[in-house]
Design a protein around this ligand. Structure first.
Ligand code: ATP
Ligand code: MG
Length: 568
């Protein structure tokens, strides 16, 4: 994607808002808009969920309505309270407020059960004692109709008794299910007598052993929306085929509200995977350090990497909402972030691969505190003091003994500007036993303090540096894309998406030096390390006396280089 494409204003036409406008005009749901974000607590939230969160909450705000946070905790096997806590933290961090409307689908289990009894009484649901294999076989295919179960014509009385026994734990898992009685010949497979309840003898994190029958998603979801009086139930495109079933269930219960389901395309991003199941695999098999590994597309990973909630929200608004699946270039997410951090992040100096420089004409033991602007894009950000002394560190790659043309940094006999400080000239190179450059001996021009020469002479290069005595030793982590393939799920024969993990997705530099003011850095603060990118403190791995910084994003689009597998 070219920079101009990226920079274009968002296509803000939101077809969902057009539908809502029409509904408000017709008064179909009165004058209210009420949405919800309904995560299943079976993993951490990812940036795709952020799209849904932003859509649901900003739609509510736009119409002066409300948005609920609801845990769709109907499957006790995969759900854990760790996930609930992380989801709450992430939605809050993104900046959204569900006020007092935090709900759990499991709180409605009794209501679901009573509604199921109503359907059974009306002959619209039955207990099927076929095996799961038989049920699946009799379902048919998209081109051939299903076959009606021999248990389909059980009487309501029989079904009520059997369902009661199911609920009381008198059957084993898989022995029977409750099914809706719809149409085994429907071209829509979801309408071929879908299962409403199955037996799972598994305790639930919130309801314990109260239930051993658990509702299926399609049965539960519309009821959850209805119970919460949701007006517009926004979900991703894979539920489009389920909408007739969503409506069928609610049509059988005419006394309760009937929300409108609207589907939109899910967010896909290049060079990553987005499904919780796949992310869980990366965590469980140790490809990453955890759900919040800064390479993960999870909200917690992006937070730890240094992404800001506002950049994520802006990205979600910019990509817009549509009905067609597409894959967004990861570079767009980085572009939006960089655009923000350029305006907000304070500048600091950090040397990632230090090379010692001794200023031979600088008075021994002397130090000076020089002024350095915090943000050239924001005059209100002020200045800070940085120490200068006779021994400095510069980047190893800011010196070349035999520089090619157009290399404007330090070289023997050449003069460069040290940012915010003086001009220095390299006079001597000290080498180690293997011929590697160990130290540079330079002189400085005291008249160039602040970076300008009184005689007007110019230098071509300006480099960053730190004072050796004052600098703090630190670890810096540079990240590249987690996968080497644009779409890691498009695998070659016999391969798995984990075969495309990028071995260079994490580069750890353990001997970096940062200016002393950075020892006060706190997690959640973003800094631009001059010429190196945007960084933030890694709260989790930082030790007292040995801070760890994550590179949030490089200064320029590095994707071209990542694609060719080189480290920026
Ligand atoms: P995953 O496939 O990652 O497990 P999911 O759809 O099973 O996701 P849920 O917890 O059920 O995850 O999703 C909560 C809400 O977030 C749903 O409304 C779902 O449609 C939406 N959502 C999930 N993934 C995306 C995505 N990639 N883009 C947009 N919305 C998404
Ligand atoms: Mg799911």
């Amino acid at each position: 994607m070219s920079k101009t494409d990226i920079g274009k204003a968002p296509a803000n036409s939101n077809f969902i808002h057009e539908i809502i406008d029409r509904d408000l005009a017709s008064g179909r749901y009165g004058k209210r808009v009420h949405t919800r974000f309904p995560p299943e607590p079976n993993g951490y939230l990812h940036i795709g969920h952020a799209k849904s969160i932003v859509l649901n909450f900003t739609t509510a705000v736009k119409y002066g309505g409300k948005c609920n946070l609801r845990f769709d905790d109907t499957n006790p096997e995969k759900e854990a309270s760790e996930y609930i806590d992380s989801i709450i933290e992430d939605v809050k961090w993104l900046g959204f407020d569900w006020e007092d409307r935090l709900f759990y689908a499991s709180d409605y289990f009794n209501k679901f059960y009573r509604y199921a009894l109503k359907l059974i009484e009306e002959g619209k649901a039955y207990v099927d004692s076929s095996t799961p294999e038989e049920i699946s076989r009799m379902r048919g295919t998209p081109t051939s109709p299903g076959i009606e179960s021999s248990y389909r014509d059980r009487t309501p009385e029989e079904n009520l008794a059997l369902f009661e026994k199911m609920k009381n734990g008198e059957f084993n898992e898989g022995e029977c299910v409750l099914r809706a009685k719809i149409d085994m010949k429907s071209p829509n497979l979801n309408l071929r007598d879908p299962v409403m309840y199955r037996i799972k003898k598994v305790p639930h994190p919130r309801t314990g052993n109260t239930w051993c029958i658990y509702p299926m998603y399609d049965w539960a979801h519309g009821l959850e929306d209805s119970i919460e009086n949701i007006t517009h139930s926004l979900c991703t495109l894979e539920f489009e085929n389920h909408r007739p079933l969503y409506n069928w269930f609610l049509d059988q219960l005419p006394d309760i509200p009937h929300p409108r389901q609207i589907e939109f395309a899910r967010l896909n991003l290049t060079y990553t995977v987005m499904s919780k199941r796949k992310l869980l695999k990366l965590v469980e098999e140790g490809y990453v350090s955890g759900w919040d590994d800064p390479r993960m597309p999870t909200i917690s990973g992006l937070r730890r990497r240094g992404y800001t909630p506002s950049a994520i929200r802006k990205f979600c608004e910019r990509i817009g909402v549509s009905k067609t699946e597409s894959t967004i270039d990861f570079a767009l997410l980085e572009y939006v972030l960089r655009d923000e951090l350029n305006r907000t992040a304070q500048r600091r100096m950090a040397v990632l691969n230090p090379l010692k420089v001794t200023i031979t004409n600088y008075p021994e033991g002397k130090e000076e505190w020089l002024d350095a602007e915090n943000n050239p894009e924001d005059s209100s950000a002020g200045v800070r003091k940085i120490p200068f002394s006779g021994v400095l560190y510069i980047e190893q790659d800011d010196f070349l003994e035999e520089p090619p043309k157009k290399y404007f940094r330090l070289a023997p006999g050449r003069e460069v500007r040290l940012k915010h400080a003086y001009f220095i000239t390299c006079n001597n190179v000290i080498k180690g036993e293997n011929g590697q450059v160990k130290e540079l001996l330079c002189t400085y021009d005291p008249a160039t303090r602040g970076g300008e020469a009184p005689d007007g002479r110019k230098v071509r290069g300006t480099i960053h540096w730190v004072s050796a005595r004052h600098a703090v030793k630190t670890q810096v982590r540079l990240y590249n894309s987690l996968f080497t393939r644009e779409n890691p799920l498009e695998t070659e024969e016999g391969k798995d998406f984990t075969d495309y993990i990028n071995n260079e997705s994490l580069v750890t530099l353990k001997n970096c030096r940062i200016e002393p003011s950075l020892s006060e850095a706190k997690g959640g603060e973003n800094y631009q390390f001059l010429r190196k990118g945007y960084f933030c403190l890694d709260n989790r791995d930082t030790n007292p006396g040995y801070p760890v910084f994550n590179r949030t994003v490089a200064l320029r689009d590095t994707w071209a280089r990542i694609r060719t597998n080189r480290n920026p």
